[in-house]
Design a protein around this ligand. Structure first.
Ligand SMILES: Cc1cc2nc3c(=O)[nH]c(=O)nc-3n(C[C@H](O)[C@H](O)[C@H](O)COP(=O)(O)O)c2cc1C
Length: 344
C-alpha cells in the first residue's frame, strides 16, 4: 500500500500515513529527535509527557515543561501528551494547550514511576476506570481536538486493559495505545502481545501496540500477530532511527552512521544550545552501542567538552574506519529504564 497517499488509519478525522510511530520518551523524544525519526518514517509525533500541574500559568517558552510542547510545522499529526490525577485540572489544562494547535491531545495512563503512579496519575489512573471515564467524557465535551490515551496492561496481575479500553472508547477517546506490561512489571519480562491482540478485538477505535519492538521485522510481526493499526517504538528507536524505514542498524555503513550522528548533534546544538551536547551523549551511547570500532573511542567522545571537540573526535573516528563497510549484525540491548523517570 502507498502509505504516502493513502492513510493507514484515522484518529477521528485526522489521517495517519504509516504504521510505525516513535514512542513518547521523556529526555529523548524532543524536537530534534522527532525530526530525525520523521525523516525515516515515524508517522505520528508525541511530545514528552508533561504534568498538568506544571502548565498552570501562561505559556512560557523558557520553562522546561512548556518547552516540551514545542512543535515544528511538519510534525502533523502532532500529539501533546499530558498527565495528572484530577479530571477538572486535566481538562482545564487541555483546553489551554489546545490553543497551541496540536492535532491530538493524549493522556498518559502508563507511566509506572512511583512519583507519578503513586499519586494516581500515569498508570495510577488505571486503578480507577470510573475516573478515566469521567476525565474523557469531560475532555470530549470541552475540546475540539481528538483525545487519546496511552495505557499499560493494568496495575498488577489483575489486568484491566479490556475494561479500561472499552471505558475509553465509550467516553469518547479516539485511539488507545498500549504498552504490553503491568505497572508492577515495569520493564521486566516480555511485553504481552496476546493482550495487545485482545485489546484490538475488544474496541473499535484504532489501537497502537507497544513493547519490545527492536528490529524492523518485529514491526510486521507485531502487526500480523495482534492486528493493531500501528506499532509504537520506544527503547528500540534510541540511537536507531533507521528502524522507522524498516532498515536494520547492522545494514548501515559506518559512513551513514557517522553522518546521522553529525546531523543529530548539529540539530541538538541548534535547538538546545550548548546544553544540547550533554543531552546528546545518551543518544550517542546508543548509536554506537556494540559498534566495535567506534565504541572503542567512547572515552574520547565522552570527554569532549564542546561541540567542536566532539566533531574533531568524529573526524578522527571517520579516518580510522572504512566508511563504505557495513556495520554487521549487532546485539540489541534494551535498557531496564526506570519508566519516564528522567527530567520529571
Ligand atoms: C526513558 C523513557 C522515557 C519514557 N517517557 C514516556 C513518556 O513521557 N510518556 C509515555 O507515554 N511513555 C513514556 N515511556 C514509555 C515508552 O513510551 C514505551 O511505552 C515503553 O518504553 C515500552 O516500549 P519499548 O519496549 O518500545 O521501549 C518512556 C520510556 C522510556 C524508556
Amino acid at each position: 500500500m502507498d502509505s504516502k497517499s493513502n492513510p493507514t488509519f484515522y484518529v477521528d478525522k485526522i489521517p495517519v500515513y504509516g504504521d510505525v510511530i516513535l514512542s513518547p520518551m521523556t529526555g529523548y523524544s524532543d524536537v530534534p529527535y522527532r525530526a530525525i525519526c520523521r525523516e525515516y518514517g515515524s508517522a505520528m509525533h508525541y511530545t514528552e509527557f508533561v504534568p498538568v500541574e506544571a502548565l498552570g500559568g501562561k505559556p512560557d517558552p523558557d520553562n522546561k515543561f512548556w518547552k516540551r510542547l514545542d512543535q515544528q510545522p511538519e510534525e502533523s499529526p502532532m500529539v501533546f501528551q499530558i498527565f495528572g490525577n484530577d479530571p477538572k485540572l486535566i481538562v482545564e489544562v487541555a483546553q489551554k494547550i489546545e490553543a497551541l494547535e496540536p492535532d491530538i491531545i493524549d493522556i498518559n495512563m502508563g507511566c509506572s514511576t512511583r512519583r507519578v503512579s503513586g499519586r494516581g496519575a500515569g498508570v495510577g489512573m488505571m486503578k480507577s476506570p470510573e475516573l478515566i471515564g469521567e476525565t474523557f467524557r469531560l475532555l470530549n465535551q470541552y475540546l475540539s481536538v481528538p483525545v487519546t490515551g496511552k495505557i499499560r496492561l493494568g496495575w498488577d496481575e489483575n489486568k484491566n486493559y479490556v475494561e479500561v479500553g472499552r471505558m475509553l472508547e465509550e467516553s469518547g477517546a479516539k485511539l488507545v495505545a498500549m504498552h504490553g506490561r503491568t505497572k508492577e512489571q515495569k520493564y521486566n519480562g516480555f511485553a504481552d502481545w496476546d493482550a495487545i491482540a485482545e485489546l484490538k478485538q475488544a474496541v473499535s477505535i484504532p489501537v497502537i501496540g507497544n513493547g519490545d519492538v527492536v528490529e524492523p521485522e518485529d514491526i510486521d510481526r507485531m502487526i500480523e500477530y495482534t492486528g493493531v493499526d500501528a506499532v509504537m517504538i520506544g527503547r528500540g528507536a534510541i540511537g536507531n532511527p533507521w528502524i522507522f524505514s524498516r532498515r536494520s542498524r547492522g545494514d548501515l555503513t559506518f559512513g551513514e552512521l557517522i553522518q546521522t550522528i553529525r546531523i543529530h548533534l548539529r540539530e541538538m546544538i541548534n535547538y538546545h544550545g550548548p546544553f544540547g551536547l550533554i543531552q546528546f551523549r545518551k543518544h550517542f551511547k546508543k548509536y554506537v552501542q556494540n559498534v566495535g570500532p567506534i565504541e572503542q573511542l567512547m572515552a574520547e567522545f565522552m570527554q569532549a567538552d564542546s561541540a567542536d571537540a566532539f566533531k574533531d573526535a568524529l573526524d578522527r573516528c571517520e579516518a580510522q574506519v572504512d566508511i563504505n563497510q557495513t556495520i554487521g549484525r549487532l546485539e540489541i540491548e534494551l535498557e531496564q529504564f526506570e519508566d519516564c523517570e528522567t527530567v520529571l
